[in-house]
Design a binder for this molecule. Structure first.
Ligand code: ADP
Ligand code: MG
Length: 338
């Protein structure tokens, strides 16, 4: 029952895709630029390998204990700006839902460690391991203790699709990362750093030809009376806009307008509407754009509590951001008029 409560709780690990999301977000928080995801669906097994900062032994021993996190030490902490995880729940939950093993070697140390966790997060085994700098997290027998739950999950093909969508959406927020995804010991797909939107968007939106994809990165000041951050970095926000105007008329419902904030895809209906309105001024009425907008703003402008799973957020100073988004889209359309 305790395990079921975990599944029902906020930051949910309810699928293979959710495991991938949590592990990959940890890799990104560790500064990884190369992430390899390997899946063995029949065995309910996932392995994520990264070239991030690694975890030293003393931290490995704590990593799966409830609410242990190396991130965010205080509210002014810059981590808060870029860090995707900060509750210290994912690895702990995984020890209750699966078998968890981590191999890690911090950069500049001579050797790594392999650690096996027991349910609850204590370390049951720790041995020296010869690995490259970075971290390998191995999850196996996911939901093994919840046979009925497993039964109720969708077919493998659908679960794979969910994994792919998860990785694509995260990749769009982190275009500097190279991704390699394996399924049953075979390479399934890769995404090269810097080519993300060109690779990912056409994949998501089959038959839409996006030869005129615009990518803009615009730096704007935060509405200053609001961000009382002393740090230089925190005084500016970034709007990363990927705007595609399909060659042939894209007459589908505009279901491909996506917004991410600080590295995480979110639902932000007001901003999505702004994008539609701004593009509608230029596009014929039955032609829809493809748009991915990534806002990077000071975390004190975000309220994550609109939705328990943080999928939907409130953005403070909405008017300000809506105006900036409109301007960015106008700029993109000026560069490449429809
Ligand atoms: P959170 O991400 O909320 O801090 P997690 O349970 O996901 O909590 O991870 C616990 C801790 O383990 C992290 O705070 C981090 O210190 C460490 N960790 C997990 N995965 C990695 C990784 N791939 N690289 C470096 N450190 C990691
Ligand atoms: Mg995490």
């Amino acid at each position: 029952e305790e395990v079921i409560n975990l599944i029902a709780a906020g930051e949910v690990i309810d699928s293979i895709a959710a495991v991938v999301r949590e592990l990959v977000e940890n890799s990104l928080d560790a500064g990884a630029t190369r992430i390899v995801v390997a899946l063995w669906m029949q065995q309910w097994r996932v392995r994520v390998t990264d070239n991030g900062c690694g975890i030293k032994l003393t931290d490995l021993q704590q990593a799966a204990i409830a609410h242990t996190t190396s991130k965010i030490r205080n509210s002014d902490d810059l981590w808060k700006i870029s860090s995707l995880g900060f509750r210290g729940e994912a690895l702990h939950s995984l020890t209750q839902l699966a078998h968890l093993e981590i191999l890690s070697r911090p950069a500049l140390t001579a050797e790594g460690w392999r650690v096996v966790y027991a349910t609850g997060g204590e370390v049951v085994e720790a041995t020296i391991a010869a690995i490259a700098p970075g971290t390998v997290v191995k999850v196996s027998d996911l939901f093994g203790n919840l046979p009925n739950y497993r039964e109720g999950l969708p077919a493998i093909a659908q679960q794979l699709k969910a994994v792919q969508t998860t990785i694509q959406q995260i990749a769009l927020c982190h275009p500097h990362v190279t991704w390699q995804v394996w399924h049953d010991d075979r390479e399934w797909f890769t995404i090269s750093a810097g080519k993300t939107s060109r690779y990912v968007l056409p994949q998501i939106l089959r038959q839409v030809h996006l030869s005129d994809l615009q990518e803009l990165k615009i730096e704007v000041p935060h509405p200053d009376n609001l961000s009382n951050c002393k740090d230089e970095i925190a005084t500016h926000a970034f709007l990363n806009l990927v705007l595609g105007l399909p060659d042939r008329c894209h007459r589908h419902r505009p279901d491909w307008i996506k917004v991410a904030v600080n590295g995480r895809k979110v639902k932000l209906p007001e901003i999505e509407q702004t994008i539609l309105t701004a593009t509608a001024r230029t596009l014929p009425r039955d032609r829809y754009p493809v748009c991915f907008l990534h806002l990077q703003v000071s975390p004190n402008h975000i309220n994550w509590n609109r939705h328990p799973a943080k999928a939907e957020i409130y953005l403070h100073h909405l008017d300000y951001w809506q105006e900036k988004v409109s301007q960015a889209i106008e700029q993109a359309l000026r560069i490449n008029p429809a």
